[in-house]
Design a protein around this ligand. Structure first.
Ligand code: GDP
Length: 428
């Protein structure tokens, strides 16, 4: 954890986490493809090859009941539920855009009880810090370990140049840690602290992305899944929201900033799912409203919302904002995909760059030289894992392996000796 990093851990129990939905993302990958499944079902018939065809059919039908491959997903489900789930979410963007409020609204918790907001004078010279807060959510026996990484102080200072560097460094430190753990001996129990998603807050009051937004997004877009959101969307009329969304989408394209790409919807999904998926994709950037208050506005039940003299903005009303779409996407439908993209694409990219630069002659010199010249974050040379450290790590691992080998040889020699002694005493 970098300098200025805080940690706190709370625990709560929530009602909207559907166990079935968690199960659906945990077991989606290993489903047996239909042709393979058909082939597996054929196995009992093959075993009874010599039987008359009628008997084979009868026994085959009987055996089919006992094969039980259909229960495979249940095994995976049980295993995943036992292990629990973890997810690391980063929130970034200007102070006061409603980041903490939205996190509390999304996860129905109060993660920011102990937050101290600095005075305006202190914020003029404040540098960005990284705060990590954890919450354990349990619902219907399903445990979720959620870590929220906050970036207080972002864009607060008068001089904001390079203010995103601590964020870039933090993301890469987590990759570096994972790389170290992966090359260690205890690979089975790696604690994954990599950032799986970054919610980037954009102001509703501007005319699109500001230069600071562009600089930040360019610096991190190849290292983390970015989901852009427009904070405090109740400040905008529906027409204004659409215009701002359109402008942001154009800017992202012009600046060649890669945000999280939603996977294509499977053709065999039902129509309702397809419609929701299309709606979600069209909503980007999500225009959200957050609130920690539950208001009674004459409706049948109290709702989470912001109460004004002219009416109430309901956080979970899809006609008022995209909160529900964002929560559905983040928790129910795309959480596993965000984790997979982090591992398969972003982390693999980091790892490949590390290996490439290790293979290049003079990499160490270049790395130290360009580290001194603090250019933009996108130009920070990779790997962040310095060569000297890597060499040290390899030496340590070699040493560990050598010690284990020695131990094994000693044990073998001892066993051989006691075996020989046993044989001698038998002969006598
Ligand atoms: P952060 O600094 O980005 O974490 O912002 P906070 O969550 O602390 O919110 C700053 C202020 O904005 C607080 O007074 C919140 O009540 C208010 N706020 C939060 N979300 C919204 C929103 O969606 N709409 C409006 N109008 N105000 C909000």
């Amino acid at each position: 954890m970098g300098k200025g990093t805080q940690e706190s851990r709370t625990s709560c129990s929530r009602s909207w986490f559907s166990p079935l939905l968690w199960a659906s993302w945990s077991i989606s990958a290993p489903i047996v493809p239909a042709p393979l499944f058909a082939a597996l079902n054929f196995l009992p018939h093959q075993r009874k090859w010599g039987e008359p065809s009628g008997a084979a059919t009868a026994i085959g039908a009987m055996d089919k009941e006992y094969v039980g491959f259909a229960a495979l997903p249940n095994q995976l489900h049980r295993k995943s539920v036992k292990k629990g789930f973890d997810f690391t979410l980063m929130v970034a963007g200007e102070s006061g855009l409603g980041k903490s409020t939205l996190i509390n609204s999304l996860f129905l918790t109060n993660l920011y009880e102990d937050r101290q907001i600095p005075e305006a004078s202190a914020r003029l010279t404040q540098t960005l810090t990284i705060e990590r807060r954890g919450v354990e959510i349990e619902e219907g026996g399903i445990k979720v370990k959620l870590t929220v990484v906050d970036t207080p102080g972002f864009g607060d200072s008068v001089d904001c140049s390079d203010c995103w560097l601590p964020v870039v460094r933090f993301i890469e430190e987590q990759f570096e840690q994972y790389l170290r753990d992966e090359s260690g001996l205890n690979r089975k129990n790696i604690q994954d602290s990599r950032v799986h998603c970054c919610l980037y807050f954009i102001s509703p009051f501007g005319r699109g992305l500001r230069p600071l937004d562009v600089a930040f997004l360019r610096a991190v877009h190849e290292k983390v899944n970015i989901i852009p959101v427009i904070g405090k969307a109740d400040a905008l009329m529906p027409k204004e929201t659409q215009a701002l969304k359109q402008k942001i989408r154009e800017q992202l394209k012009e600046e060649e900033i890669n945000i999280y790409q939603f996977p294509e919807c499977d053709s065999d999904e039902d129509e309702d799912f397809k419609r929701q998926d299309a709606e979600m994709k069209e909503s980007i950037p999500f225009a959200v409203v957050g609130s920690c208050e539950v208001v009674r506005d004459g409706g049948p039940r109290p709702v989470r919302g912001r109460h004004y003299s002219w009416g109430t903005v309901e956080v979970e009303n899809p006609h008022h904002c995209d909160f529900l779409n964002l929560r559905r996407m983040l928790v129910q439908t795309h959480l596993q995909d965000l984790k997979e993209v982090t591992h398969d694409l972003l982390y693999e990219g980091y790892r490949a760059r590390c290996l490439q630069s290790l293979a290049r002659p003079g990499a160490r010199d270049r790395a130290s030289r360009s580290k001194l010249s603090r250019q933009s974050a996108t130009e920070i040379p990779l790997p962040m894992l310095p060569l000297a450290d890597t060499e040290k790590l390899i030496r340590e691992k070699d040493e560990e392996l050598r010690r284990m080998q020695e131990m094994l040889e000693k044990m073998q020699a001892q066993m051989q000796l006691s075996q020989a002694q046993g044989e001698q005493s038998d002969a006598l």
